[in-house]
Design a protein. Structure first.
Length: 89
């Protein structure tokens, strides 16, 4: 199945466990290999991701599905652990 890359802009991004990650702002392409390399995600849940920035680059290999939303593998254990460690838990 083929789709326009531009159709990904503005899609909300969630983990496969239903946790909101952010919104697709841009798509990184590997022109030589003719593939999507990553998604630039803005409007992110900074607390969940454990970052202070307004956006992140998500590797496309984490993407499970693209449709009305983008679904990612839930690979954010380290971000959650960091938050717990900072709280002294």
């Amino acid at each position: 199945m083929r789709a326009e890359i531009s159709s990904m802009f503005g899609l909300e991004v969630y983990t496969d466990r239903g946790k909101y990650v952010g919104r697709v702002d841009d798509v990184l392409l590997d022109v030589e290999d003719k593939r999507i390399k990553g998604l630039a995600v803005s409007n992110i849940d900074r607390e969940f991701l454990g970052v202070d920035t307004n956006g992140v680059i998500i590797p496309y290999r984490w993407v499970v599905a693209v449709g009305d939303i983008v679904i990612l593998k839930h690979v954010f254990r380290r971000a959650k652990k960091k938050s717990s460690d900072e709280m002294g838990e």
